[in-house]
Design a binder for this molecule. Structure first.
Ligand SMILES: [Zn+2]
Length: 117
């Protein structure tokens, strides 16, 4: 009986095999774009520094304005007039010292409207 008993060779270690602990390839995480870029930003409700603001006619408003005349003593001085009448529908303030229109920074409709007798 010929027994071809081959010498027991140690099984070659699977050095070539990629025994990596890394998980299988996964798709990259989905990065959602930042919602910062708004193609159509809403315009501000009130444009600051308007000389002539269109509002409801025959209505009283509280108006904040500041003179923009460089030579005026009231330059950049913000003043709030508690009662400004809109007349035909426009708010317009004239600076006393320089006699020029004061850009209107803000205005608020009086509520309730003052009763004028
Ligand atoms: Zn002025």
């Amino acid at each position: 009986m010929s027994s071809e008993t081959e010498p027991t060779q140690p099984a070659p270690e699977a050095d070539q095999a990629t025994t990596s602990d890394l998980p299988p390839a996964e798709p990259p995480p989905i990065i959602e774009p930042d919602p910062e870029e708004d193609p159509t930003p809403p315009p501000p409700p009130k444009e600051p520094g308007e000389l002539n603001v269109q509002v409801e006619p025959a209505t009283w408003y509280e108006v904040t304005s500041a003179c923009a005349t460089s030579t005026c003593v009231n330059l950049n001085t913000t003043t709030t007039e508690p009662m400004v009448y809109s007349n035909a529908g426009a708010l317009r303030l004239v600076c006393g010292p320089c006699g020029k229109d004061r850009p209107i920074l803000d205005y608020t409709k009086l509520d309730p409207q003052p009763e004028m007798t």
